[in-house]
Design a binder for this molecule. Structure first.
Ligand code: PEP
Length: 253
């Protein structure tokens, strides 16, 4: 059985003391109530709080991810944070290609291919986001859009590197909108992605590949989404900022 991952994307929210409080509450919850043996829990706070998070999570069943990484090793890239810097504060994962980065910061699949490579070089697991716009779905182009994102952003990897990556399917029309994909829509796309991976690599790699769902996943709908055969957990935005909701989602996996 594949493991399940529940990852919280905090986006650009919270001041330092609030982040500290939320981490404390999540760790208390995990310590007091435990987490299912087959589940890994990840929090992705803003970059400024990553070191706080990795320090607090040390030796605890909580993993830490960044929300973005620079595409270059080091140098004159004002404002960027490198994969080496993330590695140096012991970050485990990094979200890349979130639709907000694609939309507001014009990240292309080619940029994401570079980011994937540099993260893997530094031992950080990319959480590669893909997903279609509402127009794409209405035009029945959603499969094609996701297929191109994977082809151009991820499928250049050798099998040994690809097997380290997580994929997050996040239909853009579902992110932060309260409009979740139905379990059937999520399952259909996840099965499609797994079939693409099998075609590109192998059935074994596809069977082992973890594919998370993201997009208005919450305490009320997580269980049904996560019970779909090809849904291996979730990337959670808004609901990851409330400990009770996040805790319920963790235990729905
Ligand atoms: C996200 O930002 O990755 C996300 C899924 O957001 P939300 O859960 O708020 O839709």
């Amino acid at each position: 059985m594949r493991r399940k991952i529940v990852a919280g994307n905090w986006k650009m929210n919270m001041r330092f003391s609030e982040a500290d409080d939320l981490l404390t509450l999540i760790l208390d919850d995990i310590e007091n109530k435990g987490i299912p043996e087959h589940v890994d829990v990840v929090v992705c706070p803003p970059a400024l709080y990553l070191e706080l998070a990795t320090d607090m999570a040390l030796g605890k069943p909580l993993l830490v991810g960044a929300q973005n990484v620079g595409a270059y090793e080091s140098g004159a890239y004002t404002g960027e944070i490198s994969a080496g810097m993330l590695e140096s504060v012991e970050v485990d994962y990094c979200i890349i290609g979130h639709s907000e980065r694609r939309q507001y910061f014009y990240e292309s699949n080619a940029d994401l291919a570079k980011k994937t490579d540099i993260l893997l070089k530094h031992g950080i697991i990319p959480i590669f986001c893909c997903g279609e716009l509402l127009d794409d779905r209405e035009d029945d182009m959603h499969m094609e859009v996701v297929s191109t994102q994977l082809e151009e952003g991820l499928f250049h990897l050798e099998e040994s590197d690809f097997s380290k990556v997580l994929i997050a399917y996040e239909p853009v029309w579902a992110i932060g909108t309260g409009k979740t994909a139905t379990p059937e829509q999520a399952q259909e796309m996840h099965a499609f992605i797994r079939a693409l991976v099998a075609k590109k690599y192998s059935k074994q790699i596809a069977d082992e590949c973890l594919i998370l769902y993201g997009g208005s996943c919450n305490a009320g709908n997580a269980k049904e989404l996560f019970s779909q055969e090809d849904v291996d957990g979730g990337l959670i935005g808004g609901a990851s900022l409330k400990v009770e909701d996040f805790a319920t989602i963790i235990r729905s996996a």
